[in-house]
Design a binder for this molecule. Structure first.
Ligand SMILES: Nc1nc2c(ncn2[C@@H]2O[C@H](COP(=O)(O)OP(=O)(O)O)[C@@H](OP(=O)(O)OP(=O)(O)O)[C@H]2O)c(=O)[nH]1
Length: 179
């Protein structure tokens, strides 16, 4: 097995253990790990990304935000670059929900190329997931607001990956949301 495969297996195993008790917000309560794996797969399969540190960061992107993982731990296990990308896409939990959403919009254009890739794939996954199945308790209005806000974030990520951006554009168009 190539060393990249070994590294990716270590990374997906770490993420799976960290998210082991979490479920998505869909009616089927899908295991949460399907999301980070799906984000990494979008990057490789649809975005043509082979940068292993980007793929690792995609697998780990919600570990700090949603589990007991610290940036220091990621740094120690996976190195500085992977930890830095994850940090860039991690919301500050001390902020209000509104402020967090504003921060994502403001930070997007200033993020590194690697973090922009992870963010684009994260948004693409979540918007497709909403189309597949509305998260439990979400009204049609909340869904539309999520699309409008996501478009504001994606606007700041443009010029990063044409294939992913084309897919996102199409999803926004279907909802009548301007990018
Ligand atoms: N579409 C969808 N999203 C789900 C589901 N289960 C969990 N989520 C997560 O919910 C978040 C979107 O809902 P929000 O209202 O914005 O966030 P909140 O519930 O965490 O406050 C996303 O988190 P996030 O990764 O922090 O992304 P983002 O909010 O930064 O885009 C997404 O990953 C699901 O079944 N479908």
């Amino acid at each position: 097995m190539s060393s990249d495969s070994v590294i990716l297996l270590e990374t997906v195993n770490f993420a799976a253990e960290k998210h082991r008790n979490q479920r998505r917000k869909d009616a089927e309560q899908t295991p949460y790990i399907t999301h980070p794996i799906g984000v990494a797969r979008i990057l490789s399969h649809e975005g043509g990304i082979t940068d292993i540190e980007v793929l690792q960061a995609a697998l780990l992107h919600d570990t700090v935000e949603d589990t007991d993982t610290s940036i220091g731990e990621l740094q120690a296990v996976f190195g500085q670059t992977v930890a830095r990308i994850v940090q860039e896409v991690t919301d500050d939990k001390a902020l209000s929900k509104e402020e967090t959403k504003r921060q994502q919009v403001e930070y997007a254009p200033h993020a590194s190329h690697q973090a922009k890739l992870v963010k684009l794939a994260d948004k693409l996954y979540n918007l497709r997931d909403i189309n597949r199945c509305t998260p439990t308790g979400w009204t049609a209005e909340r869904v539309q607001e999520y699309f409008v806000w996501s478009a504001q974030v994606v606007r700041g990520l443009r010029g990063t990956n044409p294939a992913l951006e084309r897919h996102l554009e199409e999803l926004f168009k279907q909802r009548g949301v301007e990018l």
